[in-house]
Write a protein that binds this ligand. Sequence first.
Ligand SMILES: O=C(O)COP(=O)(O)O
Ligand SMILES: [Mg+2]
Length: 223
Amino acid sequence: MKSLFEGSFPQLIMFDLDGTLVDSVPDLASAIDKTLQSLGLPVVGETNVRLWVGNGASMLVERALKHVSPVIDSSLSGRAYARFLNNYADCLADKSQLYGGVLDALEKLYAREIPMAIVTNKPIAFTHPLLTGLEIAHFFPTVLGGDSLPAKKPDPLPLNTLIEQYGIRPDQALMVGDSVNDILAARAAGCPVIAVPYGYNHGQSIYEAGADKVICDLGELLE
Ligand SMILES: O=C(O)COP(=O)(O)O
Ligand SMILES: [Mg+2]
């Protein structure tokens, strides 16, 4: 990471959440399948949900509905979304787990006093309980969810907002994420971006998505 920052460390690291720090798909898939079942629709399972995460909860529900139902009207969408919100609230930290190496890397970055923030497209109402459930909330004084601001990734607004809040230049911040949305947002904000290949990028390889670097373990951020 130092080579990206000419021998020093970034003054702010903005982490994506789902697919970067946390494998949240098992719980998202449970909530989606419970929602579909309650509407008399077929379930879709984890493998499909893994391809659909990354553009927020309402897009996830829309993608699941499109997969199972030839006709989707706004009433079905509305009911499905409301049920999904309830179902996911009930299970969001049941099976979700930090990826290997994440806790150790966060502890070491925290010990080096590098400010860290969360920039996720997950609704903020789910983000805080998930961070608390995984016992990593204390690392992140600032947390932006997909509905915290008028626009979410790939729009650069959340990143720009944090960069301004911390009073730094875009090239002094670093985005770390698993999807093309993270990379597009970072590019539009003018900040460097490191990607991880183990998360959710809509079934596409992240290696061709234009990150400055791809790392397999967040521990590499300390090298
Ligand atoms: O809810 C989502 O779409 C996932 O969000 P994230 O990958 O931006 O954390
Ligand atoms: Mg992600």
